[in-house]
Design a protein around this ligand. Structure first.
Ligand code: AMP
Ligand code: ZN
Length: 459
């Protein structure tokens, strides 16, 4: 079955033909580890996980590289503002290095809970300084860079295809911003190396041929993707917000340096949105996994929710819509589990073909999910063939459909204490609830009250 992907670069669906089949080089932009990732971020990682599993289902061998941005991502995309790591460090009174470790670990734990397969290579920007400096030197030799008082900038007018990914809309958000570095020749020019400010001691800084400082955010992805996947590779992914600036600049850097096409297929996932717009750390914080679990949802309910929309469509997030996904997953699981132990039979050919064809058609998860539902409901089909279909679906969806009920994220003892606390609150027995609150806190669980009642989080 030929895979078809919508390629942002050509703005159409294309047959997928990797450079050296069955191998596929896949790079996905990873988290900036200055705080917890929110469910919007995880929507993108789940879409990328689906892509990887569909590649494997179709006989490809994906080599997946993901970066960890632990330096250089500034609060403003236009090379202004503070490094997000320094912001996180000040906020929590920990070193930037400790913040990076803490939130990398939290990210990896969330990914495990969401059944996002780990990349083959997870690479940190701070561990790839020589590669980034070498790439900057290469660009410098080719005359792409110029120096200002605060850093080394890429002259976008020197790269003839600048903005091809965004179709002329490149760097529009940056252009619209008031620039505070008047030395930039064009608003779309961007920093590849920033100098440490003279009056401030940065926690993360390195020597370089141009002076002490730190790499820009975009250069890390160019340097690390090419290190592990070669100067031209197959697929690069991220959220749609990366199209006009981050990925546009990655192309300018990589193709500027090598003179070769950087990436063949660019795939971008649409946003998870709330009624305030894109779920974001800045706009209201975004919901994280702790809150999801504190409200009694399994991470797999959210995984199911993500598959209810095509990755190129915006997906709404409300607690009510998540509740519907939870109910749907539970129902699907009941149907699938009722088939366990049925005699082995091949999947019904029609459903098997439809399921795979939907996924091959630009990862149409909602349609594939609909095929699964339809097949499991068909009581006239042999249970064994429906079971085989459920097993096939689990290879890509991995929703725990055939497994035991997930235990509560709390241990039985803590769950009991929490229930006692909740009951005491409801009965307004505050002496007891205060004692239980402290008891739980001593055991690492912080309880709090919301409009929907008592909730908990890990302290
Ligand atoms: P960041 O940690 O900000 O670099 O973001 C990590 C990934 O999450 C990137 O691929 C973003 O494009 C993606 N992302 C951020 N916000 C959302 C959202 N609301 N919905 C879907 N993806 C998002
Ligand atoms: Zn990136």
């Amino acid at each position: 079955m030929t895979l078809q992907f919508f390629n942002t670069l050509s703005r159409r669906k294309e047959a997928f033909r990797p450079i050296a089949p069955p191998k596929v080089g896949l790079y996905t932009c990873g988290p900036t580890v200055y705080g917890r990732q929110h469910l919007g971020n995880y929507r993108t990682y789940i879409f990328e996980d689906l892509l990887k599993r569909v590649l494997v289902l179709n006989g490809f061998e994906a080599r997946h590289v993901m970066n960890i941005t632990d330096v250089g991502h500034l609060t403003s995309q236009a090379d202004e503002g503070e490094d997000k790591m320094e912001v996180g460090s000040r906020r929590e009174g920990k070193s930037a290095w400790d913040i990076a470790r803490l939130y990398t670990d939290a990210f990896l734990a969330d990914c495990r809970a969401l059944r996002i397969l780990p990349p083959d290579i997870l690479c940190r920007a701070t561990e790839h300084l020589p590669e980034q400096v070498a790439l900057i030197e290469r660009l410098d030799r080719k005359g792409f860079l110029y120096r200002t008082s605060d850093g080394l900038y890429y002259d976008t007018s020197r790269f003839k295809d600048y903005g091809k990914l965004a179709g002329g809309r490149a760097a529009a958000p940056a252009r619209a911003r008031v620039e505070s570095n008047p030395e930039k020749k064009s608003p779309s020019d961007f920093a590849v190396w920033k100098f440490s400010p003279k009056d401030v001691k940065r926690q993360m800084e390195w020597p370089s041929p141009w002076g002490i400082g730190f790499p820009g955010w975009h250069i890390e992805c160019s340097a690390m993707s090419m290190k592990y996947l070669g100067e031209s590779f197959d697929i690069h992914c991220g959220g749609v917000d990366h199209i006009p600036i981050h990925h546009t600049n990655e192309i300018a850097q990589s193709e500027g340096a090598t003179g070769k096409p950087f990436v063949r297929y660019w795939l971008h996932g649409e946003f998870l949105i709330t009624d305030a717009g894109k779920m974001a750390k800045s706009a209201g914080g975004g919901v994280n996994m702790e809150e999801l679990e504190a409200r009694g949802f399994s991470p797999l309910d959210f995984r199911y929710h993500v598959f209810t929309a095509h990755y190129r469509r915006q997906l709404e997030f409300t607690w009510e819509s998540l509740e519907s996904s939870k109910t749907a997953r539970r129902r699907l699981r009941e149907m699938a589990r009722a088939l366990r132990g049925a005699p082995d039979k091949p999947a019904c050919a029609d459903y098997d073909t439809a399921f795979k064809a939907h996924l091959a058609d630009d990862l149409n998860a909602p349609e594939a999910l609909a095929s699964l539902w339809e097949c499991l409901r068909r009581e006239d089909l042999p249970p064994g063939s429906r079971l085989t279909m459920a097993e096939l679906a689990e290879k890509v969806f991995d929703l725990g459909l055939l497994e035991e009920e997930q235990s509560s994220p709390l241990s039985p003892e803590l769950q009991r204490l929490f229930e006692d606390y909740r009951t005491a609150r409801v009965k307004k027995n505050f002496a007891t609830s205060d004692r239980l609150r402290q008891d739980l806190l001593d055991k690492g669980i912080r309880v709090f009250e919301t409009r929907d009642g008592s909730k908990w989080e890990r302290a």
